[in-house]
Design a protein around this ligand. Structure first.
Ligand code: GLC
Length: 727
């Protein structure tokens, strides 16, 4: 974190208490609603300094007008932060994070974040509430759509790429915005996948799974952190002094700004840890929360908290200073109007092209009997509630994305198949109970060479507040699927959803299934590119796809058990009414090409602390098609002082290969990478055998395994002087 250039002591001396608390307040304007309280314009409060930061407002004519009030009409002229949930694109929308994670491509992740930052800054935004770094293994939780999936290593790489893209090298660059790592911490572990539910996580899971992505993002200079709404073992994160003040600031020596989630500070009352707004404000401030988002607890509660000795003015001043420093790093004191300019008539062609590239690279071909890619079909029936719904392709948290600027699957297929007859029937609505349209859809299917069945979720069925107890096909879509399947024509099912959909019939009745996630503005064209073979389905699953809801949570990083599952043996870790294996493993995804993966080749057979291991894996495209695949590197610590996960992800590489070509993928592991947290939760490096596994998915059936011997540190050779002394 670069040192502040300005001395703000004068400001702090000059500021009234109300002005200080105004700098600690962030209010939602009324261009978007992202929480329970409606927004406002706040001109008066900006002018009198009691609101010093805004969010949910964009377009330069709006932001410049408000900034002018703050800078030219308020007493101290302190510029405003303008925050916004630029999660996967601003106006040009890219795939939802869970979808983009499927690309396993840090360069792509950074490029789309940089593009989003540039578009948002042009609209006057200077702070985004992203990346969301909540590791989760629960598809019932709607916010899995905003996550990078089940693995902390992937989430950490994803988060660092996003911070680089949003913030660039210098936050004062007017095309960049401050990033916010959220939701700190363990929100992805909500009980039963229910939104905002309590979270219980062991200290080990906290240290090994939930915290690392935040540590990495902050180490890379992420400007802000947003605590989760949830509690952690009874302590609401908004009041978690040990993990905010203690870990972020004292432990990780991070000097950024902590912004509460929407009304999360007064919600401490509902958590049952504060009797009133005064106590809630004091708890949050003393925990280390700087900005009160839409709670107005600081503004209206801290004066009395001061009088009652619950907080000190020094703590308030320290929080104000951190906010002023962020504004300084953003260049707002140098030129508060640097961000914001005329917006183009339509999303720029280069960004739409990037959206189309990202969507194809994120799409996961889950199954295919050879029906895909379609080759000049005569008549295609495009059926389903998502077929002609451009809003659905934008996915949840689509920021300033316009449905009118998005391409539906129907539009994309018609553009991609100009010489085919592309017919359409909705069949059923997404969640409605009516089935009157199924007959017409079936009639269309009967006349077609192939059916493209567009099923799944509209954007509101995932994301915040989108938890589902039965995360399958919504409404009467399963009936539509069954009726269309009975027509006997080949079916390509395109799934749009913010989560893995648990619906066996989709896979039993379809010839091919393509997971499109929420593909973004160019989604219709991108999925048409994949269906017609113009583009590769480049995605691989960043989250295990359960066979049944009862399996949740199911993920590759589980620890072993003393009674591994054994078919037919009651006394083993299994269910008596269903499988323990998922529908699809983490990393699963098909290509139009076929690949051969060589075994991992190790540069050394033993590894001691301070040494480095290089692992190479040969990959060959054994088909006549150009294709893309992803190679994963896992380890398994077979015997240790603690039961270690069945697989731990250590690296991944997504690569494109021309027909018949081959390459060698290289991974480097330091010995420290193979250390783990001992029973005291401190890193320990234990000698012993470790398996090194490589291949296309977290499934031992497709992984090649070799082993390496970890050895104790080599004792330094005695120095000659020491030798002579001994002698
Ligand atoms: C919402 C979300 C958070 C978002 C914030 C501002 O409630 O929890 O992710 O950044 O409010 O919109």
């Amino acid at each position: 974190m670069p040192p502040a250039r300005r001395n703000f002591d004068g400001f702090l001396t000059e500021m009234t208490l109300a002005e200080k608390l105004g700098q600690l307040t962030m209010a939602s304007a009324n261009m978007a609603t992202t929480g329970p309280m409606p927004g406002n314009r706040w001109d008066t409060e900006v002018r009198d300094g009691t609101v010093g930061n805004l969010f949910n407002v964009w377009r330069v004519e709006e932001t410049a007008a408000l900034q002018r009030i703050a800078v030219e009409e308020s007493r101290l002229g302190i510029p405003l932060l303008f925050g916004f949930d630029v999660i996967h694109g601003h106006r040009t929308i890219f795939p939802i994070p869970l979808g983009e994670a499927a690309a396993f491509d840090p360069d792509l992740w950074e490029r789309t974040a940089a593009a989003a930052a540039e578009e948002a800054a042009l609209d006057g935004v200077n702070m985004t509430f992203a990346p969301m770094l909540d590791v989760t293994r629960d598809p019932r939780w709607g916010r899995i759509s905003e996550s990078a999936g089940e693995d902390p290593f992937v989430t950490a790489v994803f988060g660092r790429a996003k911070v680089r893209g949003f913030q660039g090298e210098d936050l004062a660059d007017p095309s960049r915005v401050a990033a916010t790592a959220k939701h700190y911490v363990a929100y992805g572990g909500v009980n039963a996948g229910r939104e905002y539910a309590p979270v219980d996580a062991s200290d080990r899971t906290l240290e090994e799974v939930f915290l690392p992505p935040f540590r990495e993002a902050l180490a890379d200079g992420c400007a802000a952190v947003m605590p989760a709404f949830t509690d952690l073992a009874g302590i609401p994160m908004t009041a978690h002094r040990a993990l905010i003040e203690g870990r972020l600031r004292l432990g990780w020596r991070w000097e950024g700004v902590v912004v509460s989630d929407y009304t999360a500070i007064p919600e401490l009352i509902l958590h049952g840890v504060a009797a009133d707004r005064v106590e809630a404000a004091a708890l949050a401030l003393n925990a280390g929360v700087d900005l009160d988002m839409m709670g107005f607890a600081y503004l209206h509660g801290l004066p009395e908290a001061l009088d009652r000795g619950l907080v000190t003015i020094e703590t308030i001043d320290a929080a104000v200073l951190r906010v002023l420093r962020l504004k300084e790093r953003l260049g707002l004191f140098d030129d508060p109007y640097a961000r914001g300019g005329p917006r183009p008539e339509a999303p720029p062609a280069n960004l739409v092209a990037l959206s189309r590239e990202a969507a194809a690279q994120s799409a996961v071909l889950l199954q295919n009997d050879g029906t895909l890619p379609l080759v000049r079909p005569r008549r295609v029936a495009v059926i389903g509630p998502i077929a002609d719904d451009p809003a659905a392709v934008l996915g949840s948290w689509s920021a300033a994305g316009e449905r009118t600027e998005a391409r539906s699957y129907l539009a994309g297929l018609r553009a991609a198949l100009p010489r085919s007859e592309v017919l359409h029937a909705e069949g059923v609505s997404c969640v409605g109970e009516e089935t009157g349209g199924i007959g017409a859809a079936v009639a269309l299917a009967r006349e077609a060479d192939v059916v493209v069945l567009c099923l799944g979720e509209t954007a509101d069925l995932s994301g915040e507040g989108g938890s589902r107890a039965r995360p399958g096909l919504p409404g009467r879509q399963a009936e539509l699927l069954a009726a269309v399947a009975a027509a006997g024509r080949p079916i390509v099912t395109v799934l749009t959803a913010g989560r893995p959909l648990i619906e066996a019939a989709v896979f039993e009745r379809s010839n091919a299934v393509l997971m499109a996630w929420g593909p973004g503005t160019a989604g219709g064209d991108a999925i048409a590119d994949v269906i017609t073979g113009r583009a590769e389905p480049g995605g691989r699953l960043p989250v295990t796809w359960p066979e049944t809801v009862g399996q949740i949570p199911i993920f590759f990083g589980q620890r072993p058990t003393g009674r591994p599952p054994e078919e037919g043996n009651r006394y083993t870790a299994r269910y008596i009414d269903g499988p323990v294996t998922p529908r699809f493993s983490f990393g699963h995804g098909l290509s139009y090409a076929t690949f051969r993966y060589g075994p991992p080749v190790l540069s050394v057979a033993t590894l001691a602390p301070g040494e480095t291991l290089e692992v190479t894996v040969d990959v060959e495209n054994t088909s006549a098609f150009a294709g893309r695949t992803t190679v994963f590197l896992f380890t398994r610590d077979v015997v240790a002082s603690l039961a270690r996960p069945l697989l731990e992800l250590r690296g991944f590489r997504s690569l494109a290969l021309e027909p018949g070509s081959a390459t060698t993928v290289r991974f480097t592991l330091a010995a420290d990478d193979l250390a783990f947290l001992g029973d005291d939760l401190k890193p320990v490096f234990e000698p012993g055998r470790v398996e090194i596994l490589a291949g296309p998915a977290a499934d031992r059936a497709v992984l090649s395994v070799v082993t390496i011997e970890l050895e104790p540190a080599v004792a330094p050779a005695p120095s000659p002087r020491a030798a002579s002394a001994v002698a």
